[in-house]
Write a protein that binds this ligand. Structure first.
Ligand code: SF4
Length: 240
């Protein structure tokens, strides 16, 4: 599958690789089985920008399941989809590893999630975390972004609060919060937005440090992000 139908406003891939084009289920099944048979690998990953949004994933998984089981092959389905349906499908194949589950609310507050067009509610996030715990996942990785357009101190604090709620709600001990820094990308609705300077980002990180009291925190280096932002602006010149 190429493209993604989610339309998150910060996402270069989501806009640059439009429109969504799906391979047929027959082709995916045929290529998967042929590749596994001919290579002998014991793991397969169905990759795309948002695999769980593929319109007939259930058929693909059902068709692959007997071969995967018989040959003890595991499957992984990377996706940023956060809902119960996605998880149910993801957990469907018994060989699917259930060690770590990743999802990306991207922003802590509902207001900011709406601004960036990440269409998920807090209830959906908590429900999916609870479902994940019940389905046997023991580790959760959360992806957030700071420095997003219109972001306030309250929005950054909301990342801490949301993580706290997920922890309380699920009692999953092993939670990692990964935070990247927003970089305005060409060809996205946010291409002309500002990039926060490392000094300002450091103030936001101070607020986030509260997370360390109950979860692991990993924050992208603001200076590396600065270089990425500069390259992103430069690349824009050459693409136009
Ligand atoms: S779901 Fe992921 S790939 Fe799709 S637009 Fe959003 S961030 Fe980009």
């Amino acid at each position: 599958m190429r493209g993604c139908n989610r339309g998150c406003r910060f996402c270069h891939a989501g806009f640059y690789y439009r429109p969504v084009r799906e391979r047929t289920t027959e082709k995916i099944i045929r290529l998967s089985l042929k590749t596994l048979e001919e290579t002998g690998y014991n793991e397969i990953s169905l990759l795309s920008l948002s695999t769980l949004d593929y319109s007939d994933l259930e058929t693909v998984l059902n068709e692959l399941e007997p071969f995967l089981k018989e040959n003890r092959i595991s499957i992984s389905l990377p996706s940023s989809r956060v809902d119960k349906f996605g998880l149910e499908i993801g957990s469907k194949i018994s060989g699917a590893r259930k060690t770590g589950l990743t999802f990306a609310p991207e922003a802590g507050s509902q207001r900011l999630r709406d601004v960036i067009n990440k269409n998920i509610t807090e209830k959906e996030i908590l429900d999916v975390a609870e479902y994940a715990k019940k389905a046997g996942w023991r580790r959760i990785k959360l992806y957030f972004m700071i420095g997003l357009p219109t972001e306030t101190e309250e929005d950054v604090k909301a990342i801490v609060e949301l993580t706290k709620k997920i922890k309380k709600h699920t009692r999953i001990k092993d939670i990692t919060v990964n935070v990247s820094i927003f970089i305005p990308k060409p060809h996205t609705p946010f291409e002309k937005e500002r990039f926060y300077q490392p000094k300002e980002i450091k103030e936001k990180i101070k607020i986030l440090n509260e997370v360390r009291k109950f979860a692991k925190l990993k924050v992208h280096d603001p200076y590396v992000s600065l270089i990425e932002a500069l390259l992103s602006r430069e690349i824009e010149k050459y693409q136009n």
